[in-house]
Design a protein. Structure first.
Length: 155
């Protein structure tokens, strides 16, 4: 039985990304070409019930891939805050750490995209490589250690 026929997953909706500097992370994704929705403040009992946390106060911004293929929910918790945010290790996770580690996007022009992020003081993690004449690609470390794979399709 397929997932949809059995009442399971029907489509991808979004990935939640918890951040400390919502403005910087939102600007990073805007520079990559994401469409940015209006920020929201959430402080309500329903979110506390969903999250299993008390006293929740958060800000959230949805950023959408321009082709509508998916969204990121960027969330800044004002309360309660993650105690691990004081750890330098939490700010720069290794590319091989277990768990969800990066997201990948196709870009129209890899060189101009990299120029824009370098102008903001960010850079690639390793090199820009040609993968079997299918993609030119690289990993970029954004604000707060977020890792994004960028790929330009080869003609």
């Amino acid at each position: 039985m397929s997932g949809a026929a059995g009442g399971g997953v029907r489509r991808f909706e979004h990935v939640g990304v918890i951040v400390d500097d919502l403005e910087a992370v939102t600007a990073f994704f805007a520079d990559l070409g994401f469409e940015v929705a209006a920020p929201m403040r959430i402080e309500d009992e329903w979110v506390e019930r969903i999250l299993g946390l008390e006293g929740v106060r958060l800000e959230m911004v949805m950023v959408n891939a321009p082709d509508g293929s998916g969204k990121l929910e960027l969330t800044k918790f004002h309360h309660p805050v993650d105690p691990a945010t004081d750890s330098a290790d939490a700010q720069a996770p290794a590319v091989n750490r277990l768990g969800f580690r990066h997201i990948a996007y196709i870009v129209g022009n890899l060189d101009s995209t990299i120029e824009r992020i370098r102008a903001k003081g960010l850079d690639t993690i390793g090199e820009i490589v040609n993968y079997e004449n299918i993609f030119r690609m690289c990993y970029v470390r954004g604000p707060e250690g977020l890792i994004v794979e960028l790929a330009e399709e080869s003609n």
